[in-house]
Ligand binder design. Structure first.
Ligand code: PMP
Length: 354
């Protein structure tokens, strides 16, 4: 009854969203602050009869707003149902056995190998440096064999960030006939975008999300920025699956959200300030905290197993994320919430692991 392809499928396991009790959720990098107030106003005045009609399949107003926000042209923008969908279209269009082997860091967004298996893309996991940094030289690789490169910057779950100048050096030495995807899901929390590199590198594609810094994870909007040929390819893939991936309401709210720059700048800055304070306080308590430019930190308490940290905190009503691979199994990834939320975690940590 089931295809061979289906029987081989190893789906991505997202961070848990349990309903058994009220948790302090620091496990999926959601934003602790609400979306911009103008979005609540829009929801109040939204006319439900508009839902009778299909949404705009070209998502033009939303793309126009994103183009304005980033100083780009409409043809340089693709939008999709969460950056997960945008990424899956990238894997479909740009990476595959006929082009070689895709390279990505050994520890990065754990959906990448899932897409590779889904689309039967050969891949190579490139080890991180000893400091848990993405190794850009190793990623570029020795010869011309790579089918492409993908990595997150800042990286997840480590939080490490490379400035655009360093990525430019790598791009200059990498073949221009293969695509390099930089996943900037967390760039607003203190990173710096590779956006200025787009003109010089038509093989560079940036993927962004409104789920983190725009506090809209429930709406599912992701987007890609890049040269019009790559964007056209993503539209072709979209139209091979589902021509209406973003509903009318999502398009409307997303259009408003990208224009609310001051509001979102402020909450991203607040989260970055909380991160700095929280990381220092955790380090004072004997934890190793990797430097992070994202809205999470990756941390371990020497001598304590990460799985035990996860389980013990969960019993206390606090959810963090743990990953099983042995090289990172001592760590937990902790999303940055509000100051009072992080204080609660710090108090709990002090009590449990004095
Ligand atoms: N990229 C990275 C690096 C992520 O951590 C996530 C969040 N799980 C995503 C992309 C996907 O985000 P979304 O589908 O909500 O846009």
């Amino acid at each position: 009854m089931f295809t061979h392809r289906f029987r081989q499928l190893a789906p991505y396991v997202p961070g848990e969203q349990p309903g058994d009790r009220q948790y302090l959720k620091l496990n999926t990098n959601e934003c602790p602050y609400p979306p911009a107030p103008s979005i609540a106003a829009l929801l109040h005045r939204f006319d439900p009869s508009r839902l009778r009609l299909y949404p705009d399949p070209t998502m033009e107003r939303l793309r126009e707003a994103i183009a304005n926000r980033h100083g780009l042209r409409l043809e340089q923008i693709f939008t999709g149902n969460g950056s997960d969908e945008v990424l899956s279209f990238c894997f479909y269009a740009f990476f595959g056995a006929d082009l070689g082997t895709l390279r990505f860091p050994a520890f990065t967004y754990s959906f990448y190998p899932v897409y590779c298996d889904f689309y039967e893309i050969p891949y190579e996991k490139v080890p991180l440096t000893e400091a848990f940094e993405v190794d850009l030289d190793a990623l570029r690789g020795p010869g011309p064999a790579a089918s492409g490169i993908i990595f997150a910057n800042p990286n997840a779950p480590t939080g490490h960030f490379w400035p655009p100048e360093r990525i430019a050096e790598m791009l200059k030495r990498f073949r221009s006939d293969r695509v390099v995807v930089v996943d900037e899901a967390y760039v607003d929390f203190g990173g710096e975008s590779v956006l200025p590199l787009l003109d010089a590198h038509p093989n560079l594609l940036i993927v962004r999300t409104m789920s983190k810094s725009l506090a809209l994870a429930g709406l599912r909007i992701g987007y890609a920025l890049g040269n019009p040929d790559l964007i056209k390819a993503l539209f072709a893939v979209k139209d091979g699956f589902n021509s209406y991936p973003l509903d009318t309401l999502a398009q409307e709210i997303g259009t408003l959200a990208v224009a609310e720059e001051a509001y979102y700048r402020d909450i991203a800055d607040r989260i970055a300030a909380t991160r700095t304070r929280f990381a220092a306080s955790l380090a004072e308590r004997g934890w190793q905290v990797l430097p992070s430019r994202a809205n999470f930190v990756f941390a371990r308490r020497p001598g304590v197993d990460g799985q035990a940290v996860y389980r013990t905190l969960k019993a206390e009503g606090i959810l963090v994320r743990h990953f099983n691979p042995p090289e990172i199994a001592d760590f937990v990834r902790i999303t940055i919430g509000t100051d009072p939320q992080m204080d609660r975690l710090l108090d709990t940590v002090s009590r449990l692991w004095p």
